[in-house]
Write a protein that binds this ligand. Structure first.
Ligand code: TNX
Length: 533
C-alpha cells in the first residue's frame, strides 16, 4: 500500500524538484549541448505557439504512455524510446495506463483535421503529449519532439542531462503528400544497411518517399527470378568497373519493411527504354541484333521495341516488383531515350502503361513519358530546367490530362550537383551550374513551371545520381545540408518559407549530424555554430 502511494507521489516530487531549475534554465544561454534551446525545427511546423519558461525535463522516471491495445501508437512510442534511451541512459518504459506528471503520452484521438500525417504536440513542465489521427502523425510528432531536445539526444552513447525541451504547443500538417528523395543504386551499389541509414535520416525530416533507381546502363540491382543474369552479371560492377552488387528479393523486402516502419513508401524504378545496357549485356535477346554489348559500353542504349522478348522480360520484372512492393507505383524511368525513335517511344510507353496496370499498379516516370497515352492517375516526375520550353510543354500536357506532377527540377533539386567551384559534383544544369544550399531551398514548386500550380503537384523529390558518388561519406556530403530544405519545401506552408530564418534553423542541425556521425558540407551560406566538427 505504502509502496503504491510512494509510486504515485514520486512524479509530483520530481516535478517540484525540477520546476525551479526549469524557470532559471530559460534565462541562461544554451551553452552546453544539453541546455534548453529555442524552438528550431525542420521542417518548420505549420503552427507553433511557444510557452516561455515552460520547459519540460526528461528524467530517469519518465514513462512513455500509449493507449492499450494500440500497435500503431506503440510502434511510434518504441521508436521514440529507441532514440532517447542510448543517449540518456534512462529506462523510459513504454506502457499503457494513466499518464502522470513528467510522462510522454501518445494518443490517436486527434481531430480529423490533422489527416493521415498531421499531429499535435504539447510540451510543458507537466509532460509531453503527442496526439494524431493515424500512426504516421504520431511518428512525425516524435520527429519534432526529438529536435526540441538538445542535439546530444541523438548520440548513441550516454551523456549527462539535464534533457530539457522548450515549452511549446504545435499543430502541424503537411503541404504536400509526396515528400521524396531518390537514390541511384545502379551507378554504385549501396547495401541494405547503407540504404537503411539513409532512411533513418530521411525520416528525421518527415520525408515519406524513397525512390530507388534500381537499374541503369552501369548496373542492374534486383534479382529477378527466371532472369538471374540481370543481377548476377548485370549487377556485377559499378560505374568505375569495381565490384558492384545486387539485392536479393529478400533484401529488397527488408528495405521495403524498414521504410514502412519509418512511414516511407518505396518507389522502385527500372529505367526503360533507354539506360538499359546492363540488362542488354546480360541477355543478348534484349538487343534487336541479338548481340550483347559489353557491360559499361559507352553511348545511349534502347530496348528493342518491336521484339516480343522485350515485353516478356518487362512483364516478369514488373510482375515481381509489383508483388514485392506495397506502394501503388512502379517507375518505368523513361528519360533520355535518345536511341529510341519518337514513334517507338510512344508505343513503348503505352505497352508499359498496360503492363504496370495489369499488375495492379500505377505508372510513374520522368516527364518524357507524358508523350505516351497515360492514365489520369499515372504520375510524372518533372526534371526539366527552368525555362526549358519542351519540358514545360510536357508538364502542361500532364496537367491537362490530370496527371499529377512530382517536382524535381534539376537546377533546384539534384543532389549530385556541385555546391560551388570548390566542391565535387556535376555542373550540367547551367553556367556555372552550381546548386548552393540557398538556391536548393529558395524556390516554390507551385510557381516554378508556368501553368503548373499547387493543385497539379503531388510534391517534391530530390534525386541523388551517383556517377561520381561511390561512398556513403560522399552521398552524405551532397545530401547535407541541402536535403532538409526539400523536406521543408514539401512539408511546411509556403507562408513560413524564409531563407534567413531557415539558415539559422539549418545551422542548428549541425551538432545533431555530428552526434549521428553524418558527414556534411560546411556550406558558406549557412551560419554554422563554432563548435561543429
Ligand atoms: C540525368 S535526370 C539523368 C541521369 C544522370 C543525371 C546526372 C535523369 C532523369 N537522367 O541519368 O545520372 O542526369 O546528373
Amino acid at each position: 500500500m505504502l509502496r503504491r502511494l510512494l509510486c504515485l507521489l514520486l512524479p509530483f516530487v520530481i516535478a517540484l524538484v525540477f520546476l525551479p531549475d526549469l524557470a532559471s534554465a530559460a534565462t541562461t544561454p544554451a551553452a552546453a549541448n544539453t541546455g534548453v534551446g529555442p524552438v528550431r525545427v525542420i521542417p518548420e511546423p505549420s503552427s507553433v505557439h511557444t510557452l516561455p519558461d515552460q520547459n519540460y525535463t526528461l528524467t530517469p522516471f519518465t514513462r512513455i504512455i500509449v493507449p492499450a491495445h494500440s500497435p500503431d501508437a506503440t510502434a511510434s512510442a518504441d521508436y521514440l524510446a529507441g532514440i532517447l534511451r542510448p543517449s540518456t541512459g534512462y529506462r523510459l518504459p513504454v506502457t499503457s495506463g494513466l499518464a502522470l506528471p513528467g510522462d510522454i503520452r501518445f494518443d490517436l484521438t486527434g481531430p480529423t483535421s490533422l489527416g493521415a500525417e498531421g499531429y499535435r504536440l504539447s510540451v510543458t513542465p507537466l509532460g509531453v503529449s503527442i496526439s494524431a489521427q493515424a500512426s504516421a502523425g504520431l511518428f512525425y510528432g516524435v520527429q519534432t519532439l526529438r529536435q526540441l531536445f538538445p542535439p546530444l539526444i541523438d548520440s548513441s552513447s550516454v551523456h549527462g542531462g539535464p534533457w530539457r525541451a522548450p515549452g511549446v504547443l504545435i499543430s502541424d500538417t503537411p503541404r504536400f503528400a509526396w515528400r521524396g528523395a531518390m537514390l541511384d543504386v545502379a551507378r554504385y551499389f549501396f547495401t541494405v544497411s547503407q540504404v537503411e541509414t539513409y532512411i533513418n535520416l530521411l525520416s528525421m525530416y518527415k520525408i515519406n518517399v524513397l525512390h530507388l533507381h534500381l537499374s541503369d546502363n552501369e548496373g542492374w540491382r534486383l534479382y529477378i527470378n527466371g532472369w538471374s543474369r540481370l543481377a548476377t552479371y548485370g549487377g556485377s560492377t559499378n560505374v568505375d568497373g569495381g565490384p558492384g552488387g545486387y539485392y536479393t528479393q529478400a533484401d529488397y523486402t527488408d528495405i521495403v519493411n524498414y521504410a514502412q516502419a519509418h512511414h516511407i513508401m518505396i518507389v522502385p524504378e527500372i529505367d526503360t527504354p533507354g539506360h538499359v545496357t546492363a540488362a542488354q549485356a546480360s541477355y543478348a535477346d534484349l538487343n534487336c541484333d541479338d548481340i550483347a554489348p559489353p557491360l559499361l559500353a559507352p553511348g545511349y542504349s534502347s530496348l528493342c521495341i518491336s521484339d516480343p522478348t522485350t515485353y516478356e522480360f518487362l512483364d516478369a520484372v514488373v510482375g515481381q516488383l509489383a508483388a514485392l512492393t506495397p506502394g501503388p507505383y512502379i517507375d518505368m524511368g523513361g528519360d533520355e531515350a535518345l536511341n529510341t525513335s519518337a514513334a517507338d517511344y510512344r508505343t513503348f510507353v503505352d505497352r508499359m502503361q498496360q503492363i504496370v496496370a495489369a499488375h495492379g499498379k500505377k505508372l510513374i516516370g520522368w516527364h518524357q513519358i507524358e508523350a505516351g497515352d497515360l492514365n489520369s492517375d499515372d504520375m510524372v516526375q518533372y526534371w526539366g530546367l527552368s525555362g526549358s520550353a519542351p519540358d514545360i510543354a510536357l508538364a502542361q500536357q500532364a496537367v491537362a490530362r490530370g496527371n499529377k506532377i512530382v517536382m524535381s527540377p534539376a537546377d533546384r533539386t539534384y543532389l549530385d550537383m556541385a555546391y560551388n567551384s570548390s566542391t565535387i559534383g556535376q555542373t550540367w544544369i547551367g553556367n556555372p551550374g552550381y546548386l548552393s544550399v540557398g538556391d536548393a531551398y529558395d524556390w516554390d514548386p507551385a510557381t516554378y513551371v508556368p501553368g503548373v500550380g499547387e493543385s497539379d503537384i503531388a510534391g517534391v523529390e530530390a534525386p541523388e545520381w551517383t556517377e561520381d558518388l561511390g561512398t556513403v561519406r560522399l552521398l552524405q556530403y551532397m545530401e547535407f545540408p541541402r536535403l532538409p530544405g526539400y523536406a521543408e519545401i514539401g512539408w511546411s506552408p509556403q507562408s513560413t518559407h524564409n531563407w534567413d530564418d531557415y539558415r539559422v534553423r539549418l545551422a542548428a542541425q549541425a551538432p545533431r549530424w555530428d552526434a549521428l556521425g553524418v558527414n556534411y558540407y560546411h556550406a558558406p551560406d549557412v551560419p554554422w555554430p563554432a563548435s561543429t566538427n
